[in-house]
Design a protein around this ligand. Structure first.
Ligand SMILES: Nc1nc2c(ncn2[C@@H]2O[C@H](COP(=O)(O)OP(=O)(O)OP(=O)(O)O)[C@@H](O)[C@H]2O)c(=O)[nH]1
Ligand SMILES: [Mg+2]
Length: 331
């Protein structure tokens, strides 16, 4: 007997595929079970869903039992999570304090920061999360730090250009990250695999901040750094120079590969206050899904202001959106 699955079922299934947390997966499976047509043709599928659901619930219970507060776990917030990593005294906490309202302890002596600390960095009309971390060193990372790094969307490596040790710092930081498979290669880009993983390990793209660029020694050191590492790109930054801070923000936004998309109701002005944040390459359908899980099923037509040939152009569901697009979704 054919299963004759309904659009509601397919929407719930889609939600399951997109779910990233255990809670979301359980919720989507419950929804699939609730809306699946109940007849002979779906009996096997129902049994399979029940089996998967009970397995996930078991997993959840185990996790809850074993869960203790982990200071190295930083819950993601905002449009993307950028985790800073670097040797002691390279200016990580100073950057966090300069770019967010978080109050990180800054000091002249090394190993000031013991645990990760997050803050929200405003960038145009969105917020990007910035995470300060305790330093790595030749003795290795503090336990737990690797998980903090791998949990991010982008790494911001800090190299202190006021220090004559900045060459060694660069080499050692990059080899450490490569050896631990936190980064994929020295290009700084996302790995070719779509899910960004090598085997089961998540690898991250990175940027390099050449910090303390206002220091008298910095210019000379940076010149040498760049000459000896022609394939790396060093972004000069000083917490005392607003222009460099703004340039760094812009680079972070670009490296996160995200776009901001605004929506408008038919016949109304667009909502330019809070955009939806999508991944670069995502489509009208992904936007609809972000608005509401069952929106894709009800979507009849979409019109675009921005990247389309002309304002208000009707586009297909698989139309790839661009940063700044305004979309009118008609259901
Ligand atoms: N001149 C100058 N000094 C800076 C800048 N950024 C940080 N510093 C100084 O560098 C020192 C170390 O800064 P922190 O922000 O504590 O460095 P950190 O990387 O967080 O250090 P750990 O927590 O030990 O890893 C402090 O004395 C800061 O004032 C900068 O842009 N310019
Ligand atoms: Mg610090």
């Amino acid at each position: 007997m054919p299963a004759n699955l309904t659009p509601q079922y397919h929407a719930a299934e889609e939600a399951f595929k997109k779910a990233s947390t255990l809670e979301e997966k359980i919720e989507a499976l419950q929804e699939m079970l609730a809306v699946i047509p109940k007849h002979k043709g779906t009996e096997k599928l129902q049994a399979d869903l029940k089996r998967r659901l009970s397995k996930l619930k078991e997993e959840g219970e185990k996790k809850a039992k074993g869960s203790r507060y982990n200071p190295f776990f930083v819950e993601k917030q905002g449009a993307g999570q950028v985790v800073m990593v670097g040797y002691p005294n390279t200016g990580k906490s100073s950057l966090l304090s300069a770019l967010t309202r978080a109050k990180a302890k800054v000091a002249e002596y090394p190993f000031t920061t013991s645990f990760p600390l997050a803050g929200m960095m405003p960038y145009q009309d969105i917020f990007i999360q910035l995470v300060d971390t305790p330093p790595i060193s030749s003795e290795g990372p503090p336990p737990g730090l690797l998980n903090t790094l791998r949990g991010g969307d982008l790494l911001l490596i800090t190299i202190d250009t006021s220090s004559d040790l900045c060459l060694e710092q660069t080499e050692e930081t990059l080899s450490f990250l490569l050896n631990k498979k936190v980064i994929y290669d020295l290009s700084g880009k996302r790995p070719p695999a779509e899910d960004g993983k090598i085997g089961k390990i998540q690898v991250l793209p990175f940027l390099i901040a050449a910090t303390k660029s206002d220091h008298p020694q910095s210019r000379e050191n940076l010149k040498i750094l760049q000459e000896l590492n022609p394939n790396l790109s060093f972004l000069q930054v000083s917490v005392n120079d607003e222009t460099t801070l703004n340039a760094l923000k812009e680079k972070i936004f670009q490296a996160l590969e995200i776009i901001r998309v605004y929506t408008k109701a038919p016949g109304k002005q667009p909502d330019m206050g809070t955009p939806f944040v999508l991944k670069r390459g995502e489509t009208v359908l992904d936007l609809a899904y972000n608005i509401h899980r069952d929106f894709p099923n009800r979507l009849k037509n979409a019109r675009i202001w921005g990247s389309s040939k002309y304002d208000g152009q009707s586009v297909a569901r698989d139309y790839v959106l661009e940063d700044g697009d305004i979309v009118e979704l008609n259901v």
